[in-house]
Write a protein that binds this ligand. Structure first.
Ligand SMILES: [Zn+2]
Length: 343
């Protein structure tokens, strides 16, 4: 399987995130992608190529122009005030506050953020535009006839909605890839999110549309991040009604329960009969993940890949979460190898 990768991801290296009430080193850091790339190479998964620059137009197909402009200018505006630490918001536009966009960069940071776990840094803009190009180049390769392509995207994307960042995510790489597939002629695309956390951003972007089927298997938001979206009764709105499926599972659910949910999700994908599939590939469902509470073993990721491969669809895998850094490569590449075995 072909892998698309850019070293530029290293430029996104937040100093700290708020965990358990204290600032701690970011779980989402450059070593994650480095470990995955190392495993891709050591197991000879296939060629690794650089992304091709696609510009901002495909990003603006799924993200709000004001939000994109904010991301592009925020660091310069933040540091112009004499600051040199990561930009993090300190309040949110919560119930009964006015929804007007503030003029000051600090207010805009609050307005365009879902949480304070997504540090905006000097290297955020080049890193997120490179990650979008990684996803878009994977779509180019599918259009050129590849059956499965691995977009080694970092930072991840599935928590980023149309107009806000969150959960380490700024641009929604999987949504950008899905939209690009449609813009290249696909009539229907499915996005399957297997990360431990609900793909709230992807759901937000496609919630009112029937040309993208979104399915997410994740820890129940009643107890798990992102808490405010990802419940089983969210089926879509308007034209999108019936094209959104959430499979929230209690934290500490068994592996058997997880695969039963996958089986149902794959059945819905077959029924939808899409032209292509995008997988939001988070491996924080792993039993050793430090911030998640499912218990998939490394061998279960091979089985996951095989079952996705059984759909027989052109598939772009976009890297999402996974915070047990040592085995992240083993787990991610197991999915890709399992997929390849079914082609
Ligand atoms: Zn996650």
């Amino acid at each position: 399987m072909l892998t698309i990768y850019s070293d530029t991801h290293r430029l996104q290296h937040g100093k700290a995130e708020l965990i358990d009430g204290t600032l701690k080193p970011c779980f989402e850091n450059p070593s994650r992608a480095d470990m995955v790339l190392q495993e891709v190479r050591s197991r000879d998964l296939g060629p690794v190529i650089e992304p091709v620059a696609h510009g901002l137009a495909p990003v603006l197909r799924v993200h709000d122009a004001g939000y994109v402009e904010f991301l592009q200018t925020a660091w310069q505006r933040w540091t112009a005030m004499g600051r040199d630490y990561d930009a993090l918001p300190k309040m949110w536009q919560i119930r009964r506050l006015r929804a007007a966009i503030p003029q000051h960069v600090e207010g805009q940071l609050c307005y365009y953020s879902m949480d304070c776990g997504t540090p905006l840094t000097a290297g955020t803009w080049p890193a997120i535009t490179a990650a979008a190009d990684v996803a878009l180049t994977a779509v180019d390769q599918l259009a050129a006839g590849q059956r499965g392509v691995f977009a080694l995207t970092r930072p991840p994307g599935h928590h980023a909605a149309r107009d806000y960042c969150g959960g380490y995510c700024f641009f929604n790489n999987a949504a950008i890839a899905a939209q690009s597939l449609l813009d290249r002629g696909a009539k229907r695309v499915a996005v399957l999110d297997v990360d431990y956390h609900h793909g709230n951003g992807t759901q937000d972007i496609f919630y009112q549309r029937d040309d993208v089927l979104f399915l997410s298997i994740h820890g129940d938001p009643a107890t798990e991040y992102p808490f405010f979206l990802g419940f089983a009764d969210e089926h879509g709105e308007g034209a999108g009604l019936g094209y959104n499926y959430n499979f929230p599972l209690p934290a500490a659910s068994s592996v058997a329960l997880w695969f039963a949910a996958l089986d149902t999700a794959l059945g819905e994908i077959r029924r939808y009969a899409p032209d292509a599939l995008v997988v939001s590939l988070g491996v924080d469902t792993f039993e050793g993940d430090p911030i998640s509470r499912f218990s998939l073993a490394s061998t279960d990721f091979l089985r996951l890949g095989e079952q996705i491969g059984g759909l027989g669809l052109p598939t772009a895998f976009c890297m999402e979460g996974g915070y047990a850094v040592e085995p992240i490569g083993l787990n991610a590449v197991n999915v890709l190898e399992g997929f390849s075995m079914r082609q």
